[in-house]
Ligand binder design. Structure first.
Ligand SMILES: NC(=O)c1ccc[n+]([C@@H]2O[C@H](COP(=O)([O-])OP(=O)(O)OC[C@H]3O[C@@H](n4cnc5c(N)ncnc54)[C@H](O)[C@@H]3O)[C@@H](O)[C@H]2O)c1
Ligand SMILES: [Zn+2]
Length: 612
């Protein structure tokens, strides 16, 4: 019997992984997670973790109670386990002397489970209480079939994902969760919504197989292949369930799953192939990471040519190089991973110099770093990062920035000093040159939150969230004077990150000051100290903006409300005080507000309110 502390640690890990997964940022693969769950089941079968629905939380959404619990599923990984399920059904149904026992098989969709009652789309939550995610439909999620068909799954078309998004998102599920949970949808997701690739698929609309227990067990592999071909959605197995209601009632449920339903999953399909070459890529921060280029091999319906290798240490430990034979696995996931090394490489080929600038590399634990701050690969990505995060200017894509860097433009200072003539001299066409030049002006004049501006510098450990947190305590124009101690004093920053952030700021101090002097139209993050004292008519009020605003964009209004201490929300809930309506307001939000007695006001009334 293992000691209780190791079980506690295991459960803690599972909780951490689950939370990250439900938030759309999984830390480990599903196969690895499932393995840990099975380990816990062996060590401590009665552990409460195994007897609950793994909870999912959308913190800014209203809670919705399910009329019937939305449970998880029991799992069968082998034919023997499926057979045991079938036997149990026959045994428990026997006293009812049923005329038929029918099993239905549908594809197990791998997205975000939901329930559509025709008015509200709710997520699964903890099984008993979910969250109102109807706003996903306003954002452009298509409903397959019709509204009100009950349980289903929010998913993205698999072919669409593979074509447009596979190199940007690790798993389609993460994108779907992002669309549902965040107020602002990123451009790639917006495109997917516009292309009608993101859908709520009621399970009732799925292709299905029905038959008796014997047929089921015999045909399960064919059923799987058949259903796999019929749906264009990510799948992680099949769902097998009993059709007859009286048998369902007799079998009942645990806290975790219905006894009349089981998911048939496999441990992941694997394939063997040979490594052709290791490709080394230089990232924005100088990390040089390997990708294994392999002999093309079919796996779960895709042809695999590249497999991620994470870092140099990963390859060294496993002795992977040209000629190694490896086994790769793809289990409900889109990106294949290394499962095992079958034959090690005879020789390893770990570079000593940067593949882009030839500077000798530095080892940092498992990583290789190009220490050359002038490395073209790093410079290009740093400039691209700037425009991506700032988000106010178009036209600065990879090819364009590459050309700039090739022409000796290496710093943001240089970029912002470029004239239209300079672009033309570098070989851009007249129209593109004008656009590129205009985009620079636009990026300075269009309002942008100061935390985006700060995050756009790409300082290690200073992403968007932390930039905002930092600016809640120190105004942007004092940021280059900040010390590690100042950062550490803010709740939520540890010693190591504080050091690294302050070092990062110092390193590019002159660039930050230069950019500040260019006079960007920065919208300042309200200081925590001001917020505490501020007396505003909308302080702590929950506010939802809907429709097209005339006194600025919706985002402008939201920022203004935030600055005045309001809690800006994306959907009307019990926690909403005002629904502010612009033009062309959708009916759902208004109806919801009326139902909950939320105050509905016009844009003008809102402006009157905040100036009162
Ligand atoms: N990678 C990670 O870190 C991580 C963390 C947590 C969970 N997970 C994955 O999630 C799984 C467990 O999560 P879970 O409990 O949410 O899901 P589950 O795998 O037990 O699936 C249950 C859900 O499947 C849905 N479903 C999909 N297709 C269906 C269909 N055709 N008919 C009926 N129901 C259908 C139902 O809504 C049900 O709630 C694990 O097996 C694991 O692979 C991964
Ligand atoms: Zn380099």
């Amino acid at each position: 019997m293992p000691d209780s502390s190791s079980i506690a640690i295991l459960v803690q890990r599972l909780n951490t992984y689950n939370k990250a997964y439900r938030a759309g940022n999984p830390l480990v693969s599903d196969a690895e997670y499932d393995n840990l769950v099975e380990t816990l089941r062996r060590l401590d079968p009665d552990n409460p973790f195994l007897h609950q629905v793994e909870p999912e939380v959308f913190s800014n959404k209203q809670e919705i109670r399910h009329p019937v619990p939305m449970l998880s599923t029991d799992k069968a990984y082998t034919i023997a386990e499926l057979q045991r399920f079938v036997d149990r059904v026959y045994k428990e149904a026997a006293p009812l002397e049923p005329q038929h026992i029918t099993f239905r098989v549908t594809p197990k969709l791998d997205g975000l489970a939901g329930r559509d009652d025709g008015h509200i789309l709710a997520s699964r939550g903890n099984g008993w209480t979910g969250f109102d995610i109807t706003s996903a439909l306003d954002k452009g999620v298509e409903v397959v079939g019709q509204r009100g068909l009950g349980l289903g799954e929010l998913v993205i078309s698999l072919s669409y994902f593979q074509e447009h998004l596979a190199d940007k998102f690790e798993h389609p599920r993460n994108l779907v969760v992002g669309i549902v949970s965040s107020d602002t949808v990123n451009t790639l997701a917006l495109q997917a919504l516009e292309d009608k690739a993101v859908r709520f698929v009621p399970y009732a609309t799925l292709p299905q197989w029905t038959g008796n227990g014997d047929e089921l067990v015999k045909a399960i592999e064919t059923i799987k292949q058949d259903l796999r071909e019929k749906v264009d959605y990510p799948m992680d197995g099949l769902v097998v369930e009993v059709v007859e209601q009286e048998i369902r009632d007799a079998m009942g449920a645990t806290n975790h799953h219905y006894r009349w339903q089981i998911a048939v999953k496999d441990k992941g399909e694997t394939a063997r192939t040979r490594v052709r070459k290791i490709l080394w890529q230089v990232g924005r921060t100088g990390k040089v990471t390997p990708v294994m280029l392999v002999e093309p091999v079919p796996l779960s319906g895709a042809t695999i040519k590249r497999v991620t290798a994470h870092n140099a240490g990963f390859l060294k430990k496993r002795r992977i190089g040209k000629g190694a034979i490896i086994e790769i696995i793809r289990s409900g996931e889109v990106i294949p991973k290394l499962e095992a090394v079958i034959t090690e490489a005879k020789t390893m080929d770990i570079p000593h110099t940067c593949p882009v600038c030839s500077t000798p590399l530095v080892e940092d634990n498992d990583f290789l770093i190009c220490p050359n701050a002038q490395c073209p690969a790093q410079i290009r990505q740093a400039i691209e990062h700037w425009f991506n995060i700032l988000g106010t200017a178009d036209w600065y894509g990879t090819k364009t920035v590459e050309k700039l860097v090739d022409n000796g433009v290496h710093t943001l200072e240089q970029v912002y000093a470029l004239t239209q003539q300079d672009f033309i001299r570098m070989g851009f066409g007249p129209v593109q040159s004008r656009n590129l030049h205009q985009a620079l002006t636009i990026s300075r004049t269009k309002p942008v939150e100061d935390w985006r501006f700060l995050a756009a510098f790409g300082i290690p450990d200073l992403g968007k969230g932390d930039s905002r947190k930092l600016l809640e305590h120190h105004p942007i124009d004092t940021i280059t004077r900040i010390t590690a101690g100042d950062i550490l004093a803010i709740n939520g920053f540890g010693a190591i990150t504080s050091q690294s952030i302050s070092r990062g700021i110092q390193r590019i101090r002159s660039t930050i000051e230069h950019m500040l002097a260019l006079g960007f139209n920065l919208q300042h993050t309200p200081l925590a100290s001001e917020m505490a004292q501020m007396d505003s008519p909308i302080k702590d009020k929950g506010i939802v903006f809907t429709g097209k605003m005339v006194h600025g964009t919706r985002q402008d209004m939201q920022n203004m409300a935030r600055t005045m201490g309001a809690r800006v929300q994306s959907a009307v809930s019990k926690a909403t005080d005002y629904l502010v309506c612009g033009e062309k307001v959708g009916a759902t939000k208004k109806a919801q507000a009326e139902k909950l007695g939320t105050k509905i006001i016009s844009e003008q009334e809102f402006l009157d309110l905040i100036t009162s």
